[in-house]
Write a protein that binds this ligand. Structure first.
Ligand SMILES: C[S@@+](CC[C@H](N)C(=O)[O-])C[C@H]1O[C@@H](n2cnc3c(N)ncnc32)[C@H](O)[C@@H]1O
Length: 207
């Protein structure tokens, strides 16, 4: 069962449904579009996309991957399934919570997770779950917006947090990279944009 915080995020995205695509389209006018495409093209094998939303990444998957898309908001997941139906992608939708992934240990080659670490009510648990389901030689591909390196930037992000949190469950001042590393990953930053606020990351299980 989802925690209260997770239910709250689910309600927000359930209300938004396909309407989230308008937010996504705005973001995709920035470097985010290029970052998504280049990141998702790296996926191989059995792929789990955690917090797949309405499926903004689906068109970027290379041929041959077997994709499971998980989200806590059923309406978003239905929009993703409609989108998958228009593409040549092997697609299985799963309704679930990132903090309790309904998958076996070491069962996927690639986890993709974009613009979602900021919304997870329990990011540490979600990153630990991603680590658990990855095969030893697997990879996790993240696109995240992260806490600003500058004091002024942090003040601005902190000031807008009540608004983004209320609208999208989004915490723009989160220190997401150390949280991913803390779940047992070695981090490689692949790309950065908007003054380092957006990062593409390849994370591999630390041995
Ligand atoms: C900002 S949207 C990003 C969607 C998509 N990944 C993208 O790049 O456009 C955040 C998504 O995370 C999902 N989400 C938030 N917390 C979740 C959780 N604990 N488990 C599963 N999905 C979650 C929301 O329902 C929403 O679809």
């Amino acid at each position: 069962m989802a925690s209260d915080d997770t239910s709250d995020v689910a309600r927000k995205y359930q209300r938004l449904g396909g309407g989230y695509d308008k937010v996504s389209a705005l973001l995709d006018r920035t470097a985010v579009s290029r970052m998504r495409a280049q990141l998702v093209a790296r996926a191989t094998g059995d792929v789990l996309e955690v917090a797949v939303g309405t499926g903004a990444n689906l068109r970027h998957y290379p041929p041959g991957v077997r994709l499971t898309g998980l989200d806590v908001a059923a309406k978003a997941l239905r929009a993703a399934s409609r989108r998958a139906g228009t593409l040549a992608v092997e697609w299985t939708p799963v309704s679930g919570d990132a903090a309790r992934l309904p998958l076996a240990d070491a069962s996927v080659d690639t986890v993709v997770c974009t613009l979602a670490g900021c919304t997870f009510p329990s990011p540490d648990r979600a990153f630990a779950e991603i680590r658990r389901v990855l095969r030893p030689h697997g990879q996790a591909l993240f696109l995240e917006h992260v806490r600003s390196a500058s004091v002024a930037g942090r003040v601005v992000l902190r000031a807008v947090t009540p608004l983004t949190r209320a609208a999208l469950g989004c915490h723009p001042d989160r220190d997401t990279v150390p949280a991913i590393a803390g779940a047992g990953f070695t981090i490689e930053v692949l790309d950065r944009a908007v003054g380092g606020l957006f990062l593409s990351i390849r994370a591999t299980p630390t041995t």
